[in-house]
Every structure is written in structure tokens, then in C-alpha cells.
Design a binder for this molecule. Sequence first.
Ligand SMILES: C[S@@+](CC[C@H](N)C(=O)[O-])C[C@H]1O[C@@H](n2cnc3c(N)ncnc32)[C@H](O)[C@@H]1O
Length: 289
Amino acid sequence: MLLNYIKFISTAIRVYSSGEAANLKGDYDSVSSTYDQFYSKNLSSCAMSLMEKLPIESGSVIADVACGTGFFTHKVAKKVGPSGKVMATDISDGMLHMNELNAKAAGLTNIDFKVSSYDTFLKSIANETFDGLVCGWGFCYFNQSLFLKEAYRTLKPNGFLGLIENKDDSLKEIFDIFQKVLLRNPTVLKKNVKVNLPKSSGKIAKQFKNAGFQVTNDWEGDMKLKITNPDDVISYIRNSGIASGFLDAIDPTKMDKLFAEFHKLVKEKIAKEGSFSVIHRYASVLAKK
Ligand SMILES: C[S@@+](CC[C@H](N)C(=O)[O-])C[C@H]1O[C@@H](n2cnc3c(N)ncnc32)[C@H](O)[C@@H]1O
């Protein structure tokens, strides 16, 4: 019975609680200055497993959709060179602003920046424009069939689509504690949270095939952080962007209480087990049109 209730809460908080949609964009704006230090740095080796496989040629035109602060944008911009171009788009002007600052610092001048939702951006693009399209950690926020349809339409024949995303069991250790806190405070979620994480790389590959793509590679992996101080776990949640959408969904008058309860449970786990594991489990797919 309790297990069912936990499962119910889990499903409910992953998809909807009650009321209006949470402001995902606002939460990403708020973490834009800390995102690289927490997320990009730790997830770098996972993201590089995709970056290294992208078949990018000098002079290509590549889209980076949900580009954030530019982990992929800048590496792709260097690969396409001055005769090529990256079209970088994100719904968060805070994240995109950091991307522009980082690009300027790296002397990159072949990037077009556009604040936009993925769907509005792709719908504004003519058929067969891109040589390639990359999407790092943004797919879970999209209408995935619409994204794949638009990606297919806007890619040139043989153009590539590369994608990496957290799997639905990613950060399970954090989520388990979050569930416990929510069971004690069942009315704190005031807005809908919509995050659709894939089960496996095989499942994404199937979605790609259904949209007409030929899948070249699909693979999975993980990145484990062992944290011994509960303050650092809270800091990771608040600064890395992993709680984007959830933070805005939580009743602001209850936020401190929730984090205090979360902190206490993490502290107990560390006392018992010596450390707390934060494990990102990811799935990645590379395909061509
Ligand atoms: C986890 S970050 C990934 C950023 C970057 N791609 C990277 O590899 O570091 C997810 C990004 O998706 C963006 N995002 C979320 N929903 C979006 C949407 N509907 N359209 C465009 N970008 C979106 C967020 O603003 C955020 O920058």
C-alpha cells in the first residue's frame, strides 16, 4: 500500500501536481551563472561521449537546440570553423546570455543566438537547412514527436541528429529522498512539473526510427558523485539546474522547511553509509536522416 502511494506520488510529481505549469525557464535563468560549475563540469565526460561521435565537417551549418550555456555550442562552432555556422537556441535568456559571454571569451564569431522555444525555432526554419542537429539534456522538456518531426524536416538528406538525456532512473537517490519529504508534506507542490525522461537509449532509438531516422549508435552510461557533506548535496540540487521546474512548483513559503527536512534525511544516510551518491544515468543516440 505504502509502496503504491510512493509510486503514485512519484508519477504525480513527475508529470503533474495541480494548477498552472511550473516556470522551467525562470528556474534555468536562476541557475545560469552556476550551471557550468555544477552541471557542465560534472557531466562533461558523458556529453563528450556524444560530442566525439558527431560527424561534423568544416563549413557545416549545425543547430544546437536547448543549447544552454554552450557546452556543445562552442565545441561544434570550433569544428565547423569560420566558414560554418552554429544556430544556438534556448528558451532561457539567462542560459543563452551565459552562452554568448562564453563564446565571446573564446573568440567564437560563427554562432547565431536565438532565445526561443525549440518548436517555435524549428518551425521558423526552411526544409533541409541543417547538416546536423544536436540536443544536450533538453529532450525531456519537449513534445518529443513534434521535435523529431521538425528535426527530420529541417535536416538535409544524410544530416545527423545527436542527442543525450538523463534516463528515468537518473538521480534516483535524490528522488527517493524527495519522495519521502513529499509524503510528509503532500500539498507543497503548487504547479505542474512536466519532465518526460526516457527509459533507455533503445527506447529513444525506437522513437528516432519511427520518425524516419536511421540510428547509427545508441549507448548508455553514468556519472557518479560521492558526497560526504549534506550541504554539498543541497548545493548541487539548488545550483546545477537538476531541480528546474520543481523549484518553481514548490510553495515558496514551504521551501526552507522542505530543504531542512531533505538535509536531515541526507545527513542520516551519510552517517549510516559514509557518503551520499548522486548518480546521473544517461542515454544517448546518434542518427542520420
Ligand atoms: C540541462 S540544460 C542543457 C543545456 C545544454 N544543452 C548543455 O548541454 O549543457 C537544459 C536546457 O533546456 C532548455 N529548455 C528547456 N525547455 C526548453 C524549450 N521548450 N525550448 C528550448 N529550450 C528549452 C533550458 O532552458 C536549459 O538551458
